[in-house]
Design a protein around this ligand. Structure first.
Ligand code: FES
Length: 415
C-alpha cells in the first residue's frame, strides 16, 4: 500500500478552511478532503517515501481480527483488507457485502457510514485507531438512524430552480419576503470549480443530523417564517438516499396541511428513475434539477469530474432523470430545470441544443438559466452581464421553450 499525506503548496493563503474541515490535524490520514475543499487549489497529496515504516494497528471488522497500517482512514483500512469503494454505482441494486459507496469523500453525506465502536461514522474521513470494532453489514447499519450533515435552516427570499416563477421576486432589491425555508445538505459527488455553495459543500465540521431532527428544525423554521414551502438543497441532497427519503417522509408527517410543499433541489447525477419514484412517494412535491452540459467536455469543465468514464455515467444519469421528470412527472410535481451559463464554460450553441432537447419533451416546463459567476476556484471568469443573460433567454426561446426565466445580476427576467 502506498501512503499519501496532504501538504500545502506555495500558493496557500492561510485562509484556514482546510483546518476547519480536517479530522486528523496531528496525523494526516491522506483522506484528501482538504485537497478537494481548498478554494486556492493549494493542497495536494504527496506520496510518502518507500522507506517510511508504518506501525500496524489491530482492529476488528465484522468480528474478524485484522492488522492495518496506522494513520489511514477507516475507508482505506477496509480497502486494505479487501473491500472496494466506489464513488457511484450506475446499476440498480445494493452495494455488495464488501463494497462501500462513497460519493463525496469529504465527510458530509455519510453514504459511506459504517458502525465504529457502536456508532455510525463516515468511513471516508474517520481515522482508523487501534482497537476499533467496525461493522459494515447492511442490516446492522439499517438498524441505526441514518445521519448526514445539514445546515443553514432559514427563510429564503429567492427560491431555487424548483420554485415556480410566480413565487419568485423580480428584483433582489425587494427581497423582503420569505417564500420558502431551505436547508443545505453537505457533501457533493461533483467538484464544480464554480461551486456557489462551496463552504457548505465541503465542510463537515457540524454535528450530523438524523432525518427526524432535520425535519423538526425545518418545520419549526416554516412556522417561524410563515411559509408553506420547505426546500432542501446542497451540496447534493440526493446523496444518501435513505436519509433523504426518511427526511421527506418525516417532513410530510409533521406538515399534513394541504399547503405544505416539499421541494428538492438536485444536480440529478445520481437520480435514477426508481429514485424519482421513491422521492414522489416520500412526499416531494417540487423538484429542481440542474443540467451541467450536453457535451461530455462541457460536463467535465463545469463539474470538475476529470475521469471521463465516471463523468459520462453521471451525465447520462442526469439526462435520463431530466427526461423522466419532464415526461412522467410534470403533472404530479412541479418540475423546474436549471441551465448554467457562463461564456467560459458553455457556448450559446450548446445552450440552444439543450433547449431543443428539453423542448422536444415539453416546451412548457419551467427553465431557469443561471448566471455562473466568479466564485470558488474560477475567480478568473467574467460575470455574465444582464445583456448576456437576455441573449441566453432569447436562444432558449428560439429553441422552442416557452417558460424561460433567467437569473441576472439585477434579479430575474422572464415570466
Ligand atoms: S462519502 Fe463519506 S461522507 Fe460522503
Amino acid at each position: 500500500m502506498k501512503f499519501k499525506v496532504a501538504r500545502k503548496t506555495a500558493v496557500c493563503t492561510n485562509c484556514g478552511f482546510c483546518q476547519l474541515i480536517c479530522r486528523s490535524h496531528e496525523n494526516c490520514i491522506g483522506c484528501a478532503a482538504c485537497v478537494d475543499a481548498c478554494p486556492y487549489e493549494a493542497r495536494g497529496l504527496e506520496e510518502i517515501s518507500e522507506s517510511e515504516q508504518r506501525e500496524a494497528v489491530k482492529i476488528k471488522v465484522n468480528h474478524e481480527k485484522y492488522s492495518v497500517p496506522a494513520r489511514i482512514s477507516v475507508l482505506s483500512a477496509l480497502e486494505f483488507i479487501g473491500f472496494t469503494s466506489v464513488i457511484y454505482k450506475d446499476k440498480e441494486g445494493e452495494p455488495g457485502d464488501t463494497e462501500i459507496i462513497a460519493p463525496c469523500r469529504t465527510g458530509g453525506c455519510w453514504s459511506c457510514a459504517v458502525i465504529i465502536n457502536g456508532d455510525l461514522k463516515p468511513s471516508c474521513v474517520t481515522p482508523v485507531e487501534a482497537g476499533m470494532e467496525i461493522i459494515t453489514g447492511k442490516d446492522a447499519i439499517e438498524k441505526k438512524e441514518p445521519k448526514r450533515v445539514v445546515s443553514g435552516f432559514q427563510g429564503h427570499a429567492v427560491g431555487g430552480v424548483g420554485t415556480p416563477h410566480w413565487l419568485k421576486p423580480r428584483s433582489f432589491g425587494f427581497m423582503l419576503k420569505f417564500i420558502e425555508v431551505a436547508c443545505f445538505s453537505h457533501g457533493c459527488i461533483l467538484r464544480c470549480p464554480t461551486c456557489q455553495n462551496w463552504e457548505i459543500t465541503y465542510s463537515a465540521a457540524e454535528e450530523p443530523l438524523s432525518p427526524a431532527e432535520a425535519a423538526r428544525i425545518t418545520s419549526y423554521e416554516r412556522g417561524r417564517c410563515g411559509v408553506d414551502r420547505m426546500a432542501i438543497s446542497g451540496g447534493e441532497s440526493t446523496l444518501n438516499r435513505r436519509w433523504l427519503l426518511e427526511y421527506l417522509k418525516e417532513l410530510k408527517r409533521l406538515n399534513r396541511d394541504k399547503k405544505a410543499r416539499l421541494h428538492v433541489d438536485t444536480n440529478a447525477v445520481v437520480l435514477t428513475g426508481d429514485y424519482i419514484d421513491a422521492l414522489f412517494l416520500a412526499g416531494a412535491t417540487d423538484i429542481g434539477a440542474d443540467v451541467k452540459g450536453l457535451e461530455l467536455d462541457t460536463f467535465i469543465r463545469i463539474t470538475g469530474i476529470k475521469e471521463s468514464g465516471l463523468a459520462q455515467k453521471l451525465l447520462d444519469t442526469e439526462w435520463k432523470a431530466i427526461k423522466c421528470l419532464v415526461e412522467n412527472y410534470s403533472d404530479k410535481m412541479f418540475v423546474g430545470i436549471g441551465i448554467p451559463y457562463n461564456e467560459a464554460l458553455i457556448s450559446l450553441d450548446e445552450i440552444y441544443k439543450i433547449g431543443e432537447r428539453i423542448a422536444g419533451w415539453s416546451p412548457d416546463v419551467q427553465i431557469c438559466a443561471l448566471d455562473y459567476r466568479p466564485v470558488f476556484r474560477r475567480m478568473d471568469v467574467r460575470k455574465p452581464s444582464y445583456e448576456d443573460m437576455l441573449k441566453v433567454k432569447a436562444v432558449l426561446e428560439e429553441s422552442g421553450l416557452r417558460c424561460v426565466i433567467c437569473q441576472t445580476e439585477f434579479g430575474r427576467i422572464g415570466p
